[in-house]
Design a protein around this ligand. Sequence first.
Ligand SMILES: *[C@@H]1O[C@H](CO)[C@@H](O)[C@H](O)[C@H]1NC(C)=O
Ligand SMILES: *[C@@H]1O[C@H](CO)[C@@H](O)[C@H](O)[C@H]1NC(C)=O
Length: 306
Amino acid sequence: MATALQVPWQWLVRLLLVGCVMPWAEGGKVLVVPMDGSHWLSMKDLVRELHSRGHQAVVLAPEVSLQIRGDDFFTLKSFAFPYTQEEFNNFLSEGSFIIETQNILETFLTIMPSFKKFSELYEKSCVQMLRNSTLISQLNASSFDVVLTDPVFPCGAVLAQYLSIPTVFFLRGIPCGLDFEGTQCPHPFSYIPQMFTTHSDHMTFLQRVKNMLYPVGLKLFCHMVFSPYASFASELLQKEVSVVDFLSHASVWLMRWDFVLEYPRPIMPNMVFIGGINCMRRKPLSQVCIGASVQSVSQQKLLSSA
Ligand SMILES: *[C@@H]1O[C@H](CO)[C@@H](O)[C@H](O)[C@H]1NC(C)=O
Ligand SMILES: *[C@@H]1O[C@H](CO)[C@@H](O)[C@H](O)[C@H]1NC(C)=O
């Protein structure tokens, strides 16, 4: 009698153990909150790979977009955006987003108004999404295992904290050293060249001074882009949170760069370098490209010999 009961019990345990190691039991649920444009292109490759390994991905994005379209390897969930696609396209074609001069001040003054408007559109759309209690309860009920987001659009980081879901950041970088602060990496001005300075890690005294002064202007830009999220997150989470607070929420930082191209800098153990993902779609160089680079090399040779 006793053995008759024991056998099915042992089988049940075995079945459970087998169940735990079967591929379908490994599949996690990933909530993806991407940044639009080129940022999405490499993240899309990652989402495709996650899908092929049996994970389910839901991509949450504004309904008006440059690059984010539905696909068969994820579920697209969209939320409202203040512009129609046509208005947004017009805004992008009329605004100034291209850095054309070496003069940082001139560049700032030219691109600032367009960037301000651009970030306001995204922020408005994000706030509206986070205030939509129907959508938030749907997302909450879906019990996602992880949020995968590009923190340049901080909406995903705020949402992850609101829903208390562990977060993985996928990024090229965040201006103003916010990535250094979020990961608690030291970034001494004497050794770490700041964005847009074109310095190397070996700087003269004057270059170091310039390296210290550059971030002041950028800080203004970052304040404009990121601080509205901090004040909204504080309201949502009912406690005072800073930009660095919700950036520190990430468990893993997948950095889309490589030391082959970057100067040395301190890093933390939760930063993983995946710069190669930018080259997922390799194509042989076209004849036009080869022609152009040969021409530029020979021009440089001519210049240096002159
Ligand atoms: C809120 O989200 C739901 C579910 O996604 C959607 O049907 C509804 O239109 C949204 N409401 C607003 C005001 O955006
Ligand atoms: C998500 O659901 C849990 C459990 O039902 C609840 O305690 C929590 O307040 C919900 N979070 C949000 C942001 O609605």
